[in-house]
Design a binder for this molecule. Sequence first.
Ligand code: NDP
Length: 447
Amino acid sequence: MANYDYDLFVIGAGSGGVRAARISAAHGARVAVAEEYRVGGTCVIRGCVPKKLLVYGAHFAEDLKDARRFGWDVPDCGFDWKLLRDNLLGEVDRLNGLYNQTLGNAGVEVILERATVTGKHEVTLAGGRKVSAKVILIATGAHPAVPGCPGHELGITSNEVFHLEALPRRVLIAGAGYIANEFAGIFNEFGSKVTLINRTDVILRGYDEQIRDRLLQISMTKGIDFRFNAKFEGIEKVKGGLKVSMTGHEPIEVDLVLFATGRVPNTRGLGLEAVGVALDDKGAVVVDADNRSSIDSIYAVGDVTNRVQLTPVAIREGQAFADTVFGGKPHQVDYENIPSAVFSHPPMAGVGMTESQARNKLGAVKVYTSDFRAMKNVLADRNERSLYKMICDPTTDRVVGLHMIGPDAPEILQAAAVAVKAGLTKDAFDQTVALHPTMAEELVLMK
Ligand code: NDP
């Protein structure tokens, strides 16, 4: 039998790579993980975690205003961007330390160097050292895509947004997906003038139409400008800012351009093609249901495979890989009914099929909705309505989709997603007594 330096060599210490490394080591494998930047990956270092802290920080703008209607004498409050930024970067440092500690405790060797694949069982580190491994796991994630227009280097991406020296007075966000809508809400709450532009006239493609229309309507009421069917033509530096030109609209002057136009798998320069690993047209590693690539000894999990670009999915893929390859407990990730959320202002969340997906698949569907103003918003005189929507299969009464927009929608949906995943019916929701007064009770009162 071949004698390898390691049983498993993981490239990339993000959500998927760390889980795979830790669990494989717990199963008795000799594991090393190489990371070229910081242990923790996109989610912890420059994604979900710092973003959510900004969302919390931004929401105080509304809470402080609403507090006055609840009797609080709130003086005019200032906002210190640098204080929030430094506190959240401190939290990122703390988590980075914890991730390092977790890997160390699990007996995983952490190598802070870029690694490339130079053989079916060989990895070469940036310093020149070559190591061998029985199995190589690619967990290198993805990076922001930037449209190639003239002057694109004058814009930033979600990688840089957490490090801004100052809040922009005027910001243009390119794209209308997750990151665009989340940061539109954040900057708008902090007082920046936000313009969001997209190449088509759709925001949050893939989410239920009625729910995303509600977000569009609320965002516009809050003062966010949208420009649709606007393709980037170029960015140039002008006195006092940046001038952005686009098709179909007048140019606009802003202080910051944030690209949020999707993410590209990190496979370039990794040496994968040279050893025969098949990549798709987006550069993603093509894998089977067991996360195995076209080369038997090379696997991949997480965003680099471009299946579902969500942290909890990458974690499950890492776990399934470790249990299957090193734990003698083979299992595969179930991609049905994955809940997801957009931390916009207000947030939205969904699980299962949208109304149009369900109509395409099932023909007829039954749709139940609740369109209401949260009690807190009524007293706060905030004219912002929530919308909950349940899609059912009319032949079985089974709930096949649940979609929500409103305060705390992601918190509420996580629990309801258990019911959808379990295949419960509308009647099961109806049989459940409402918990009054809550927003969540609308789930069991839908007509
Ligand atoms: P999304 O895929 O959500 O949205 C991309 C947006 O950019 C779309 O509006 C799309 O337009 C537009 N676009 C795509 N390509 C181009 C291009 N070449 N030129 C101009 N516009 C373009 O990507 P994000 O960058 O917002 O986020 C990346 C991924 O990260 C998400 O898909 C998600 O999986 C994950 N994420 C998850 C979060 C969460 O769970 N809350 C938060 C942030 C990110 P159109 O649709 O009209 O074609």
